[in-house]
Each structure stands twice: as structure tokens, then as C-alpha cells.
Design a protein around this ligand. Sequence first.
Ligand SMILES: C[S@@+](CC[C@H](N)C(=O)[O-])C[C@H]1O[C@@H](n2cnc3c(N)ncnc32)[C@H](O)[C@@H]1O
Length: 366
Amino acid sequence: MDKNERDRVMKNRKCISIISKPLEEISSEEKEFIKDNYSGYGSILGVEGLAQFFTPHEVSFELDNYLNKVLPINAKILEPSVGAGSLLFNLREDFQITTIDVDEMNYKLNCILHPNFENFNDSACNHKRENYYDAVIANPPFNISVDGDIDLNYKSLKYDKKTKKYKGNSDWFFLEQAINCLKVGGYGVFILSPAIKFKSGLKKIRQLLLDSCWIISHIQLPSEIFENSGTTIQTNILIFRKAPKLPKFKCNSYDAISDYEWLLGQPPIVCIDVLKFDYIHEAFEMLTDELWLTNVCPENAERSRQDEAIFFKVSDLGYKYKSRYMENVIFFETQTLGRGKEIEYEGVEYETCDWGVMDELIKKYK
Ligand SMILES: C[S@@+](CC[C@H](N)C(=O)[O-])C[C@H]1O[C@@H](n2cnc3c(N)ncnc32)[C@H](O)[C@@H]1O
């Protein structure tokens, strides 16, 4: 064990001794200590089972700010694999938050830090609320087996005769659950492993996302992001929005290179590669800056050859902006419904480069 790991273990032990005390005996300093220092056991002491790699505050701060901007007052939010609650620290106070974690220590910690949340100590596979939440925010465990006792009738969970449980892969399950639990118009904000882009076992969930959601953004994070939580695995942020039942259309931009079909209202997806930790804030500022979106992405973007990845080089800030086209791997790209061309549906013309169209369609077809 190196010095960093030893340090984490010592701090975790102190946190656990605080968490184990009766609630009324825990001081506000101790609460601050566990908030800042409980890092879970991801990759230390050989405890990999629950994939406890907690999100650093720099990232959760941006995700929370995004939700604070887009959600209505008193919005209902689900964090289905809450860990130490890192993804929730900067959310607005009016939100009604539900958390779940299968790990008892995490559950207790959330009861201490957030007694006003609805906290469950359970597997997320037992949580059954359909069309209920305005947002699901999650950094679910990557590629582990998850199970529950309730038949949610999800494609990701199969009945296992041996264990008598409904069992499946976490990468698939947590996304399927989010789509199910969200209201139409609700937001999914997920930290995911890169497997979501290409793994054949995740094809069905990619399809479900494209059939039922608008994809807002795909942000690739630098691999050092989770270093302090014990891993250097590559991670991505995916932001999507549950759409009403709508028809799909092919990309109609003049230099379309794909036959892919997108839900009416799909805006160009904002794809950002954040190359350095320090640039996360600027990446998120760009994501919510409509002026930047309409000016730069995608009409005026600089393009390279059509049959390769297209790079949008916007500035020297340290990002690459790109849309990807790879045979059979196509997933996140800006080749969506076109660069400003309109689409006619039921007698109405809809802009394809206007983020407001989603709200218009939600109102009309919910
Ligand atoms: C990668 S950590 C992320 C924690 C937190 N969301 C964050 O971003 O810091 C994944 C969490 O999922 C929890 N977990 C694992 N299996 C679960 C299940 N079946 N249901 C709910 N939580 C689960 C683990 O205990 C761990 O806290």
C-alpha cells in the first residue's frame, strides 16, 4: 500500500468511527470531516465489489450547476447509487432528493449529512417509480453484477433461478432505470465508462436511449479525474433528456455521412473532450452558453475530411470538439437532424438547431 492509499485508509477509518456514533453525538466539524474525507474503498484493501469510486467535487459541482439551471422549482431528483453523496452537494435547496445505496455505511453517511433527503439502503434494482423524477444524476458502478428481488420488467434484468433474484449488468441497468423513472422532459446526467459507446452487450441500451431520449451532450473527461478515488479509468459524462413519443428522421444536413435516425427535436449533440482537469469548468460554461452553441457548433465549425472524425477546433483552450463517425460504433455525434434545416411534422416546421424545440415538443406531445 502506498502513502496515498494509507492516508485514504486512515481517513476512512476515522470517518467510519464517526458514522457509527449515534446521530446526536456527531458534531458539525465531524460532519464536515466525513463530507470531505470519506472516499470509499474503491481499489484499496482489495475491495472492488461495489465499485466505490466517488466523484470528485470539481466534476459534481459542474453537473449540479447544470441541473440547477435547467430544472423547475421543487424538482424531484434520484441518485440511485449515492456513495458518499458527492453528486448532490451543490444542488438547489428546493429540490426533493431521493438516494439509494446498497452499502450500509454509505446509507448511514447520507442520513447524517442529508437527513432531509429520502434515503434508502437497498439495491437500486428494487426501486420502482415510473415517470416520476425530473432528473436522475448518477455515477453508477461500472460493469458489475447487480440484482434485486422485484420484477421491474426491465430488459437489463433476467431472473436467476439459482439466486431467485433479478440480475443484470450495472452499465445497462442504471441507464434503463433512469429512462424508466424519468418524467417526459426529465434529465439524465450520468458519468459512464467508455464501454457505453462501443460494447456490443450494451447495444440495446444505446438503442433505447436513441429511441426514447434526446442526447444533449457527451463530455469525455481526462483519465486523472478519479485518481484520488483510486482509479484512472477513462470516464464520460452523458446528458440526455426523456422525449415524448415522436417519430424519427434521418440526418438532413447537406454533408450527411450517416443514415442514422434521430427523434424529432434532437439538437446537435455537444461533444467535448476535456483534455485537462483544469478545463472542466470552461467546458460546462460552453455547454450552457447558447450563443456559443449557435455560433460555433455546428454550422460554422471547421471540418476535416468527411469520411473521418470531424474535429471542431474552436480555440486553444485545451479542448477538441468533434463528432465521430465510425462504422457500427456510431453513437455520439453532431450529425444529427441537421444544421439549421427544418423538418415538417403534422403541419409544423421544426428547427433542427434550436434547443427550445425540445420544450415545444414536450408541451405538445407529453
Ligand atoms: C462509482 S460509486 C459512485 C458513488 C456516487 N454516485 C459518486 O458519484 O460519488 C458507485 C456506488 O454504487 C453503489 N452500488 C453498487 N451496487 C449498487 C446497487 N445494486 N444499488 C445501489 N447502489 C449500488 C456502491 O456502494 C457505490 O457507492
